[in-house]
Write a new protein. Structure first.
Length: 266
C-alpha cells in the first residue's frame, strides 16, 4: 500500500502554501480512481467543487461541494472521482503542530465526516486566509484550527447527555429543502418551540438563527468558488431574501464582501 509523504496529494496544485508545521494545498483532482493508500500526516479535505466517493476500512462517503473530512495519520482509504471537474482544499498537520498546542491525536482516530456548519465556517476562514496570504495569515489559520479541534472534542464530553432530538435536528438542518422556521422544526421534532429555542445553544454552540446562517453561507462559499454563478444566483440558491441581505450576512461572518472574496480567489 502506498504511503504519501509530507505535502503529497494526488492531482495538480493550484496553490501550495507551507507554514510552520502546516502544508495547505488547493488541488484539482486528476485521477478517476486512487487505490488504497495512507498519508504520513493527519489532514483535512474540504471539497470545493465536483463529487467524490471515498471509503476507508469502516465506512464510505458520497461527497459533494462543502463536504469536510478529517483523516488521522496512516488511515487507509481510497477515492473514486466521476468524470467532472473536482477540486479539494487540504490542510496537512505534522506531530509538532499537535504537540505545540497540546492537542491529543488519539482523540481523533480514523476518518471523520464533519457536518457541522460551525466547523465548515472555520474551514472557510482558513481558505480565505490562504488566498490573502499575508504576514498575519499563519496566526489566523492556527487560531481557526485550534477552535476547530476544540469544537470536535467538546461534544464528546456531553454525548451521553444529549436528548433524542439533537441528532434528529442536525440531520434535518443539512437537508437541501427544509423549512427553517422555528414552528416547522419544533413540529417535526415534536418538541415545544420555546424549549428548542432555549436549549439549542447548549448542544450546537451557537443560536439557531446563526447556525442556519452558517449553513447558507457555507453553501455560498462553494458556489462562489465554482465561479459558475452570479452573485444574484448565489443569493437565491442559498435562500437569502435579496442580494443586499446576502452581502450583509457574508460580511458579518467573513469580514469581507462576496465580490472581494472572488477577487482574492482569482
Amino acid at each position: 500500500m502506498n504511503t504519501l509523504k509530507k505535502g503529497e496529494f494526488y492531482g495538480n496544485h493550484y496553490q501550495k502554501s507551507a507554514f510552520k508545521n502546516l502544508i495547505i494545498t488547493d488541488t484539482k483532482y486528476t485521477h478517476s480512481k486512487v487505490d488504497w493508500h495512507t498519508h504520513e500526516n493527519p489532514y483535512f479535505t474540504y471539497l470545493l467543487q465536483g463529487k467524490l466517493f471515498e471509503a476507508n476500512k469502516k465506512e464510505s462517503y458520497y461527497l459533494k461541494p462543502g463536504s469536510l473530512l478529517f483523516h488521522n495519520w496512516q488511515d487507509a482509504h481510497y477515492n473514486i472521482k466521476p468524470p467532472e471537474f473536482t477540486r479539494g482544499f487540504h490542510i496537512e498537520l505534522n506531530n509538532n503542530w499537535f504537540s505545540t498546542f497540546d492537542i491529543q491525536l488519539t482523540d481523533f482516530e480514523g476518518s471523520m465526516n464533519l457536518k457541522s456548519p460551525i466547523l465548515k465556517n472555520l474551514m472557510n476562514q482558513i481558505f480565505m486566509e490562504t488566498k490573502l496570504n499575508d504576514q498575519y495569515s499563519n496566526v489566523s489559520i492556527e487560531s481557526s484550527l485550534i477552535q476547530l479541534f476544540n469544537s470536535l472534542t467538546t461534544p464528546k464530553r456531553n454525548n451521553s447527555k444529549k436528548p433524542f432530538w439533537v441528532n434528529q435536528l442536525k440531520e434535518l438542518l443539512i437537508e437541501e429543502q427544509v423549512d427553517y422556521s422555528l414552528h416547522s422544526l419544533s413540529s417535526q421534532l415534536e418538541i415545544h418551540p420555546v424549549h428548542l429555542s432555549r436549549e439549542f445553544n447548549r448542544y450546537f454552540g451557537t443560536s439557531l438563527g446563526n447556525y442556519i446562517r452558517l449553513i447558507k453561507l457555507n453553501k455560498a462559499i462553494c458556489l462562489l468558488a465554482s465561479k459558475k454563478y452570479s452573485l444574484t444566483e448565489v443569493c437565491y440558491q442559498c435562500g437569502f431574501y435579496d442580494q443586499s441581505h446576502f452581502i450583509t450576512n457574508f460580511k458579518r461572518i467573513y469580514k469581507t464582501t462576496p465580490s472581494k472574496f472572488l477577487k482574492n480567489l482569482l
